[in-house]
Design a binder for this molecule. Structure first.
Ligand SMILES: C[S@@+](CC[C@H](N)C(=O)[O-])C[C@H]1O[C@@H](n2cnc3c(N)ncnc32)[C@H](O)[C@@H]1O
Length: 198
């Protein structure tokens, strides 16, 4: 991990130990998905954290938005915001073709095993050594839970490896289109739209 990545990790972590609070990545994802979603869509956010993104999308689009997270404190925080939430590991409990849109702002910071912390913020921030610890299961499981015309929305960083993500998506029958991006001093953030090959 570079010095910049370490600084970024510490800055993101702040004093918070339980629930990831909305940051620039959350805002970018919310903005992009609000433009893409229709009122009639069944929308689900994986890894909802505070529930802020899900609540924004519900308020701005009028769509039905549900959420899940592996962290029970996050599920409580999202529920307190009025977002219907369940505790789940990725797509585990969801039936096939359940959603028209699925979004995820995954833990993506590349992190050496000896830099990780054993708490809920580690689940929120650490993407493992290559940053793709949760990106891979998202890309692998997405098609099953999407409706025929559905789309996935995945936030990634230049630190996550854009080309590697594209190639894992292609292996799973998904096309990738970057629908929003923003550059920061240490990274560029992208919101990817993922759709099945027709
Ligand atoms: C970077 S935070 C994003 C939080 C929120 N969506 C946002 O944008 O502000 C990543 C979230 O993914 C959750 N997460 C990590 N591993 C997960 C898993 N296996 N299944 C579901 N959620 C997971 C974390 O608990 C955390 O809340």
């Amino acid at each position: 991990m570079t010095e910049n990545s370490k600084e970024r990790l510490a800055e993101r972590r702040g004093q918070e130990t339980q629930v990831y609070q909305p940051a620039e990545d959350s805002a970018l994802l919310a903005k992009a998905v609000c433009k893409a979603v229709r009122q009639s869509d069944r929308v689900h956010e994986i890894g909802t954290g505070s529930g802020w993104v899900a609540a924004q999308i519900a308020a701005e689009t009028g769509a039905s938005v549900t959420a899940s997270d592996i962290n029970p404190h996050a599920c409580r925080a999202a529920a307190d915001r009025g977002v219907q939430s369940i505790r789940a590991d990725m797509f585990g409990p969801f039936v096939d073709n359940a959603f028209d849109a699925v979004l995820f702002n995954p833990p993506y910071l590349p992190t050496d095993p000896d830099e990780e912390w054993d708490d809920w913020m580690e689940h929120a921030l650490s993407g493992g050594p290559d940053g793709r610890r949760l990106v891979v299961p998202f890309l692998t499981g997405l098609s099953r839970v999407l409706s025929a015309s559905g789309s996935g929305y995945l936030l990634i960083s230049s630190l996550t490896g854009y080309e590697a993500v594209e190639s894992i998506a292609a292996e799973n029958g998904l096309t990738v289109e970057s629908i929003h991006e923003q550059s920061f001093p240490f990274e560029t953030l992208f919101v990817l739209k993922l759709t099945r090959y027709s």
